[in-house]
Design a binder for this molecule. Structure first.
Ligand code: ACO
Length: 432
């Protein structure tokens, strides 16, 4: 059978290009040798039509609203008792763990949950009101100073060690930054608690009173982390891969991922959604105002939590969170339903029948409902993107590993089309 080819015609030149097909039918024209062999570049500024790797981790079909981790539909992880650690293992180790493997992985996380005391003291020098995402990125970078033996990884065992350090310590760092911002004492992790419960304990216990962990809150947190665990080549993951392509270590690569995630068009959107919903609730805006402003091209306002580069249908994660929110609210036995949930539902109802949103296929994304659930758990708004980062970390690690293990992988080095001044001469200062 002859290999499939695409033909590029440019002037009187006909260039044959190899075609790559993914297991789910994705088709790509391989232009990787186009410049080297023909001195022609392709132009795709935000990489909307460009696959930068072949990956076995996550599959998304944006038209149909499908998301799968290692082939397993996202919905199947949340129907039974959700378990973020199992999903993290699946992403990183490429298979679901057996009971023994899961216990071993838990123990590994347990053994790594403490921060080096000197790293912990570094929080003292950070201003109390510092943005938690800035603290998280700095502290993940700082981990490299304390684990120098793991900067170069020689085998899978060392890789698992560094992955476990990151996945375990990110919770401790996140909770510590929150405690510091509130002037509260640091709470040590409790090895008897599971991953999510332990995080809630470090966030909300006080030295003389253990925080009582509700199973509903623990499950909801597990659910949120699972839904954020990977999302193929999004902005932060592409950043982790780009930094990793220079053979930068995993700590530095993940710290860069945190910085990318912080942006309001990416992970930072969950904070913007909450501010928008609060703005409506407190009377500054109405849902109708928001829709009007979002459609006004003269107004920079966007309907945060709506739209996605890949999903041109309902984001499956948003659907799960929307459906979960009612259940969680009733399980949490909250005295009143959060009015922000009703506002969110109203905004969604208005947008989904508005031609502007319908024509552009703008549907709620994961950030639209996640904040309402986090708020119900008393996670403060400025920690929302940190929660996203905790969830996304296993995905970043798995993607970094995949790149690391790809034979002959090259440093990421995009090209440009220069459109500046043609060659000109330097003008001496006195003549300008
Ligand atoms: N509100 C109003 N209009 C929007 C929105 C929105 N939320 N999103 C997209 N549009 C409009 C754009 O103005 C553009 O209109 P035009 O064709 O008339 O110029 C059209 O829809 C296409 O939008 P783009 O920005 O070109 O789409 P892109 O794929 O580049 O952006 C993005 C995707 C960044 C997510 C965008 O939809 C957005 O800004 N949404 C709000 C922020 C947000 O919720 N981000 C979280 C994304 S999920 C995640 O990262 C976890």
């Amino acid at each position: 059978m002859t290999a499939e080819k695409a033909i590029l015609t440019l002037g009187d030149k006909k260039i044959e290009l190899p075609v790559i097909r993914g297991t789910e039918g994705d088709v790509a024209v391989d232009v990787s040798r186009l410049y080297e062999e023909h001195r022609i570049l392709t132009y795709d500024p935000s990489l909307g039509s460009t696959a930068v790797c072949q990956s076995k981790i996550t599959f998304i079909n944006g038209e149909e609203g499908i998301l799968r981790y290692r082939g397993i539909p996202i919905e199947q992880f949340v129907t039974k008792t959700p378990n973020f650690i199992e999903v993290a293992y699946l992403l990183i180790k490429e298979k679901l763990p057996t009971m023994t493997e899961l216990l071993e992985f838990r123990t590994l996380l347990e053994n790594n949950e403490l921060l080096h005391e000197n790293l912990r003291y570094q929080f003292r020098n950070i201003p109390a009101g510092a943005p938690p995402m800035a603290q998280l990125s700095a502290m993940l970078s700082n981990l490299a100073c304390f684990h120098r033996d793991l900067l170069v990884l020689d085998n899978d065992e060392e890789f698992l060690q560094v992955a476990a350090r990151l996945i375990s310590k990110i919770r401790t760092i996140a909770a510590s930054s929150y405690r510091r911002s509130k002037g509260l004492p640091y709470i040590y992790p409790d090895p008897n608690l599971r991953y999510c419960a332990n995080f809630l304990h470090m966030m909300f216990s006080i030295p003389y009173k253990q925080y009582e962990i509700s199973p509903a809150v623990e499950d909801a947190l597990n659910l949120i982390l699972i839904l954020h665990a990977d999302h193929e080549q999004n902005c932060s993951t592409a950043t982790v891969r780009t930094v990793g392509s220079a053979r930068a270590n995993l700590f530095a690569s993940c710290a860069a991922g945190v910085s990318a995630l912080w942006g309001p068009l990416h992970g930072g959107a969950n904070v913007e959604v909450m501010e928008m919903l609060k703005g409506i609730h407190d009377g500054g805006l109405s849902p109708e105002d928001c829709i009007r402003m979002a459609k006004d091209k003269q107004n920079p306002f966007r309907l945060f939590g709506f739209g996605h580069r890949i999903y041109k249908n309902y984001d499956p994660r948003a659907k799960i969170l929307r459906d979960a929110s009612d259940k969680v609210f009733s399980q949490l036995k909250m005295k009143e339903r959060d009015p922000l949930l009703d506002i969110a539902r109203k905004l969604e109802e208005l947008a989904l029948k508005d031609p502007y949103f319908v024509e552009r296929k703008l549907y709620p994304n994961v950030d639209f409902y996640s904040g309402i659930l986090l708020r119900a758990m008393h996670i403060p708004t400025n920690m929302f993107t940190v929660m996203f980062a905790i969830g996304r970390l296993p995905g970043w690690i798995a993607q970094w590993k995949e790149l690391h293990d790809t034979p002959n992988s090259k440093i990421m080095r995009p090209r440009q089309i220069y459109v500046g001044t043609p060659k000109t001469d330097y003008i001496p200062r006195e003549k300008r």
